[in-house]
Design a protein around this ligand. Structure first.
Ligand SMILES: *[C@@H]1O[C@H](CO)[C@@H](O)[C@H](O)[C@H]1NC(C)=O
Ligand SMILES: *[C@@H]1O[C@H](CO)[C@@H](O)[C@H](O)[C@H]1NC(C)=O
Ligand SMILES: *[C@@H]1O[C@H](CO)[C@@H](O)[C@H](O)[C@H]1NC(C)=O
Ligand SMILES: *[C@@H]1O[C@H](CO)[C@@H](O)[C@H](O)[C@H]1NC(C)=O
Ligand SMILES: *[C@@H]1O[C@H](CO)[C@@H](O)[C@H](O)[C@H]1NC(C)=O
Ligand SMILES: *[C@@H]1O[C@H](CO)[C@@H](O)[C@H](O)[C@H]1NC(C)=O
Ligand SMILES: *[C@@H]1O[C@H](CO)[C@@H](O)[C@H](O)[C@H]1NC(C)=O
Ligand SMILES: *[C@@H]1O[C@H](CO)[C@@H](O)[C@H](O)[C@H]1NC(C)=O
Ligand SMILES: *[C@@H]1O[C@H](CO)[C@@H](O)[C@H](O)[C@H]1NC(C)=O
Ligand SMILES: *[C@@H]1O[C@H](CO)[C@@H](O)[C@H](O)[C@H]1NC(C)=O
Ligand SMILES: *[C@@H]1O[C@H](CO)[C@@H](O)[C@H](O)[C@H]1NC(C)=O
Ligand SMILES: *[C@@H]1O[C@H](CO)[C@@H](O)[C@H](O)[C@H]1NC(C)=O
Ligand SMILES: [Zn+2]
Length: 769
C-alpha cells in the first residue's frame, strides 16, 4: 500500500513549470533580449542524447514514449530557468570567481539527483538536474573560457573540470587583475573587445551578490546595464555596463555578445557531457529510462495498484472499517499509477479532503476517486465528484459484490502517455440520454473510452452506422465494466472523422476519450509577470483566473498539424468562446509549437480548454486540456517565486482581494510539501466587497527539507463565494556546501592561474592531469 501523508500529495500535484545568465526563457527574457536561452540549450542537449542513450532515432519512439520524454525535458528545463530568480548568490551563476562553491554545487546536485532517482523520486531528481544545468551553462557565458580558447587558437571545447566529479576549481587571488577598463562602454556594445587580460581563468563580478563582491577595480565585471559593479571603484559613469558576459546577443546586456553563439555551442556540449558522465553512467538502464521519460514507472506502481485494491475491498465491506487506526485516517490512501492518481474516498479525513479540493484544479493528471456505492453523505459525495470532475478523473462507485475484475479495471483506465480528446461530465438531463461528438484522427493509437455513472452506451462511426461493441461476445479484453463504470478499448482508428457516443445515465456521469498520439496539447498556462525586480519574467499562474478579465496565456502543442486554434467550452461540451488571439509564436520553434496571446474575457462559470484543427493529413483533430478552469472573483497576490536557503527564515505576505459584490468570510490555510510553513497570521478573514487583507506566512526550511523546487499553496475559501488558491514556487537552495571535504576528496585540481598551460595540453589532446 502506498500511504502518503495528505500534504505530501502536493508534491505530485505540481508538475510545473523561469540575472542575468543566459536568458532563462525566451518568453521571460529581459527587454526582449535575444539569444539561446537556458531552456532551449537544455532541450537541444537532451534531444541529442536520446539516440546515443536509447538506441533509436528520434522518429522511432512511440507516441507514449515521446510524451514522457518531452515531459521530462520540460520539467528539467523549467527548474533550470527558475534558478535565475536568485541573483544574490553568485555561485548559482559562477559569478565573481565563485569557482569552488559553484563546482561543489554541481557535484552535490548530481549526487542528489542520483540519490533521488534511487529512491524513485524521479520528479525531484529532474529538478536537481535542472538546477545544476543552470550553473553549468552559466560558466560558459560568465567566464573567459571561450575567450581564452579563441586567444590560444584552440578548438572550442568544454572545460575538462567544470562539473566533473573528482575535480576542483581554484580561483585567482583577489589581487590578481583580470580586466582592463573598456574604452568607454557604448550602447552599440563597442569598447569591450579587448578588455580581458587573459592571465588566467576568471568570471565576471555582478553587483548585489554580497558573498562575491568585486574586490578591486582590476577584476572583470559581468557587465550589461543592470550591473552596478561595472562602475565601482570610481571608474566613471561612461563605463556603465562594461564586462565580459555572453548571455545574449543584446547590446544592452552583453558586452561580449559576439561570442554568444560560441558560448551556447560549448554549453550545449558541456550539458551533454555532464548528463552522460554524472547522471547516465551512474544509473541502471531502467532508472535512466524512467528518469528521462522513455519508460513509465511500472513495477512498483502495478504492485501498489493491487495493494490499493486490497484496501478498497476492505473498505467497501462496512464491518471492516472499524479496523482502521486513527493515524491511518489522517492519511490519504493514494497510488500514483503511471500518470493517474487513485484516491480512496473513505480513507481521508475532512482536512485532507479540503486540501485535495483546493489542490485538485492544479493537478495535471486525472484523480480518480474510488468510493462505496451506498447512500452516503451527499455533501461529501459532491466534493469528491468535483475533485474528479475538475481533473478529468472519474468518481468510481463500487459495490461490495463487484470486486473481482476491479484491479484490471483500474489498470485499464489508467494507461500511460494517453492524451485527452474529450472530457465531459455533468448531471443527466430529463430523459437520461446523453450524446457527444468528437473527431478521431489517424495519429491516435489505442483509443480508450471510459465513463462513470452510465448504464448502456452506443458508439457510432462518422457515417452514422453503429460501432460494434458487444460486451457479451467480447472476451473482456476490449470492454470492461465495474458497477456503473465502463472502459472500452477501440485499439486503432481505421476510420477517421466525427464519431458520436450516446449513453444512458440515471445520475451524474463523466466521460473521457483519450489515446496515444504524437500530436497533443502539452500545456496551456495562464501567465503573469513576476520575479525579482530587474529579472521579471512571465510565470505560469496556477490560481483560478478572475472572471471578466482577459488573461495572458502560453501554450505548447507537440506534433504536426496544418491549422489549429483554442476554444473554451463548458464541462458538458457547450461552446463558450474561440480564442483567436492566442497565436503561434514563430520566434521560438524548437520544442513543439508555442502559442502566446490573450484570452477573451474569462467566463463566470467553469470551462474546459480545447485545441482543435486539421492535421497534416487533412483530418479534423481535437485535444483537451485535462483540468477544468474554475474562474473566481477572489484574487490572491503573492510573490510567485522566492528562493530560500536551508535554515533561513523568510516571511511572505499574501494579499487577498474580495472582488465579489458581497461581504464574505474566507477560511485561510497555507501548506507545502516540505513542512517549511512554520506559522500563519490568521485562519480566517472577513472582507467587504472590494476590500483586501493580508496573510503573513513564516517559512523556514529545516535541514531535512529536500533541496529543489517546492510549492507553497495558499487557500482562501469563502463561506458564500468560491474563493481561490494561490500557488508560489519556492526554490530551496542548500546551505553553503562543506567545501573542505570536497577539496580533500579531489583527484584533479584546476588552478585558474594555470589556464594557459591547461589549454596547451588540451591542444595536444591531454586534457586531464
Ligand atoms: C597578492 O596578495 C598575496 C597575499 O594575499 C601576496 O602574497 C602577493 O604578493 C600579492 N600579489 C600582488 C601582485 O600584489
Ligand atoms: C560539440 O561536440 C560535437 C561532438 O563532439 C562537435 O562535433 C561539435 O563541433 C561541438 N560543438 C561545439 C560548438 O563545440
Ligand atoms: C455531511 O458532511 C458535511 C461536511 O462535512 C456536514 O456538514 C454534514 O453535517 C454531513 N451531513 C450528514 C447527514 O452527516
Ligand atoms: C450486486 O448487488 C446489487 C445489489 O446490492 C445487485 O443489484 C447486483 O445484481 C449484484 N451484482 C452481482 C454481480 O451479483
Ligand atoms: C433525450 O435526450 C437526447 C439528448 O439530449 C435527445 O437527443 C433525445 O431526442 C431525447 N429523447 C427523448 C425521447 O426525448
Ligand atoms: C460505415 O463505416 C464503417 C467503418 O468505415 C464501415 O464498416 C461500415 O460498413 C459503414 N457503413 C455504411 C452503411 O456505409
Ligand atoms: C487496447 O488494446 C490494444 C490492442 O490489444 C493494446 O495494445 C492496448 O494496450 C489496449 N489499451 C488499453 C488501455 O487497455
Ligand atoms: C512531422 O512531420 C515530419 C515531416 O513530415 C516528420 O518527419 C515528423 O516525424 C513528424 N513529427 C511527428 C511528431 O509526427
Ligand atoms: C495581452 O494584453 C496585455 C495587456 O492587456 C498586453 O500588454 C499584451 O501585449 C497582450 N499580449 C499579447 C500577446 O497580445
Ligand atoms: C517573521 O515573522 C515573525 C512572526 O511574525 C517574526 O517573529 C519574525 O521576526 C519575522 N522574520 C523576519 C525575517 O521578518
Ligand atoms: C453580484 O454579482 C452577481 C454575480 O457575480 C450578480 O448576479 C449580481 O447581479 C450582482 N449584484 C449586484 C448588486 O451587482
Ligand atoms: C530531521 O529528521 C530527523 C530524522 O527523521 C529528525 O530526528 C530531526 O528532528 C529532523 N530535524 C528537523 C530540524 O526537523
Ligand atoms: Zn544564471
Amino acid at each position: 500500500m502506498h500511504f502518503i501523508r495528505v500534504h505530501l500529495l502536493f508534491l505530485q500535484f505540481f508538475l510545473i513549470r523561469e540575472s542575468v545568465g543566459f536568458i532563462p526563457q525566451k518568453w521571460k527574457s529581459l527587454y526582449g533580449a535575444l539569444g539561446v536561452s537556458h531552456e532551449e540549450q537544455t532541450e537541444i542537449a537532451i534531444k541529442q542524447l536520446w539516440t546515443p542513450w536509447f538506441g533509436l532515432n528520434n522518429d522511432q519512439f512511440t507516441a507514449a514514449e515521446l510524451y514522457g520524454m518531452n515531459n521530462a525535458i520540460e520539467e528539467i528545463a523549467s527548474a533550470n530557468a527558475n534558478v535565475d530568480n536568485d541573483q544574490t548568490d553568485g555561485s548559482l551563476h559562477f559569478d565573481g570567481e565563485s569557482f569552488i562553491q559553484a563546482q561543489a554545487r554541481l557535484l552535490d546536485l548530481a549526487q542528489q539527483a542520483i540519490q533521488l532517482t534511487k529512491q524513485q523520486s524521479y520528479s525531484g531528481a529532474r529538478k536537481s538536474i535542472g538546477q545544476a544545468l543552470h550553473t553549468l551553462q552559466d560558466f560558459y557565458s560568465h567566464s573567459n573560457w571561450i575567450e581564452l580558447l579563441v586567444a590560444h587558437g584552440a578548438e572550442l571545447v568544454p572545460h575538462p573540470g567544470v562539473g566533473v566529479s573528482g575535480a576542483m576549481l581554484h580561483p585567482l587571488l583577489w589581487n590578481v587583475s583580470t580586466c582592463n577598463q573598456c574604452d568607454t562602454f557604448r550602447k552599440d556594445c563597442g569598447g569591450c573587445e579587448n578588455n580581458l587580460l587573459m592571465n588566467g581563468l576568471t568570471t565576471g563580478y555582478y553587483s548585489g551578490e554580497p558573498d562575491y563582491q568585486k574586490p578591486q577595480a582590476g577584476k572583470c565585471s559581468h557587465g550589461g546595464q543592470l550591473d552596478g559593479s561595472s562602475t565601482e571603484f570610481g571608474v566613471g559613469i561612461t563605463k556603465r555596463g562594461q564586462g565580459i558576459n555572453k548571455d545574449s546577443t543584446s547590446c544592452l546586456l552583453s558586452p561580449h555578445r559576439d561570442m554568444h553563439h560560441d558560448a551556447v555551442g560549448v554549453s550545449i556540449n558541456a550539458t551533454m557531457i555532464y548528463l552522460t558522465d554524472e547522471i547516465f553512467k551512474q544509473l541502471t538502464t531502467d532508472e535512466v529510462k524512467i528518469l528521462f521519460g522513455v519508460q513509465a514507472k511500472k513495477g512498483a506502481t502495478g504492485m501498489s495498484l493491487k495493494a490499493l485494491w486490497g484496501t478498497v475491498k476492505d473498505i467497501v465491506k462496512l464491518h471492516k472499517r472499524q479496523d482502521f487506526e486513527p493515524v491511518q485516517k489522517l492519511r490519504a490512501a493514494s497510488a500514483e499509477h503511471h500518470t493517474h492518481t487513485f484516491i480512496m474516498a473513505d480513507d481521508i479525513h475532512d482536512h485532507g479532503r479540503t486540501l485535495l479540493q483546493a489542490a485538485a484544479p492544479h493537478k495535471i493528471h486525472p484523480i480518480h476517486i474510488v468510493g462505496r456505492d451506498i447512500p452516503t453523505n451527499n455533501t461529501h459525495e459532491q466534493i469528491w465528484r468535483d475533485i474528479a470532475k475538475c481533473t478529468g478523473g472519474h468518481l468510481l462507485k463500487v459495490c461490495e459484490n463487484d470486486t473481482s475484475a476491479a484491479s484490471e479495471f483500474l489498470e485499464m483506465i489508467s494507461p500511460p502517455g494517453h492524451v485527452e480528446v474529450l472530457s465531459v461530465a455533468g448531471a443527466t438531463n430529463g430523459n437520461g440520454t446523453m450524446e457527444f461528438s468528437f473527431p478521431l484522427d489517424s495519429s491516435l493509437e489505442s483509443v480508450l473510452i471510459t465513463a462513470s455513472g452510465i448504464s448502456t452506451f452506443d458508439l457510432f462511426f462518422p457515417n452514422g452506422s453503429r460501432y460494434p461493441v458487444e460486451p457479451s461476445e467480447d472476451k473482456g479484453t476490449h470492454v470492461k465494466r465495474l458497477a456503473a463504470n465502463v472502459a472500452f478499448n477501440m485499439t486503432s482508428v481505421t476510420t477517421t472523422g466525427i464519431y458520436r457516443i450516446a449513453f444512458n445515465s440515471v445520475t451524474d456521469y463523466s466521460l473521457s476519450v483519450s489515446g496515444q498520439s504524437k500530436l497533443y496539447l502539452s500545456s496551456f498556462n495562464f501567465v503573469e509577470l513576476a520575479g525579482r525586480p530587474g529579472h521579471e519574467g512571465r510565470f505560469s499562474i496556477l490560481d483560478s483566473p478572475l472572471s471578466g478579465e482577459r488573461k495572458e496565456v502560453e501554450a505548447i502543442v507537440h506534433g504536426n498539424f496544418t491549422s489549429g486554434k483554442f476554444e473554451f467550452r463548458t464541462k458538458d461540451d457547450m461552446p463558450l468562446a474561440e480564442q483567436d488571439s492566442i497565436k503561434i509564436d514563430d520566434y521560438c520553434k524548437h520544442h513543439g509549437t508555442r502559442f502566446q496571446g490573450n484570452t477573451t474575457e474569462i467566463p463566470a462559470s467553469d470551462f474546459m480548454v480545447y485545441f482543435k484543427g486539421i492535421n497534416h493529413k487533412g483530418e479534423p483533430f481535437q485535444r483537451a486540456r485535462l483540468y477544468m478552469v474554475s474562474p473566481t472573483r477572489v484574487q490572491i497576490n503573492m510573490p510567485r517565486i522566492i528562493s530560500l536557503k536551508v535554515g533561513q527564515t523568510e516571511n511572505v505576505t499574501v494579499e487577498i482581494v474580495n472582488r465579489n459584490n458581497i461581504t464574505d468570510t474566507f477560511d485561510l490555510f497555507a501548506v507545502d510539501s516540505e513542512n517549511i510553513v512554520k506559522a500563519v497570521s490568521a485562519s480566517s478573514i472577513l472582507l467587504d466587497a472590494g476590500a483586501s487583507g493580508n496573510l503573513a506566512i513564516q517559512l523556514q526550511p529545516t535541514v531535512n527539507a529536500t533541496i529543489g523546487v517546492n510549492h507553497l499553496v495558499v487557500s482562501a475559501k469563502g463561506k458564500k463565494t468560491s474563493g481561490n488558491v494561490g500557488v508560489q514556487t519556492i526554490m530551496i537552495e542548500p546551505e553553503q556546501a562543506p567545501i573542505a571535504v570536497k577539496i580533500a576528496s579531489t583527484v584533479n585540481h584546476y588552478f585558474a592561474s594555470e589556464a594557459a598551460s591547461l589549454i596547451k595540453r588540451l591542444k595536444k589532446g591531454q586534457g586531464k592531469l
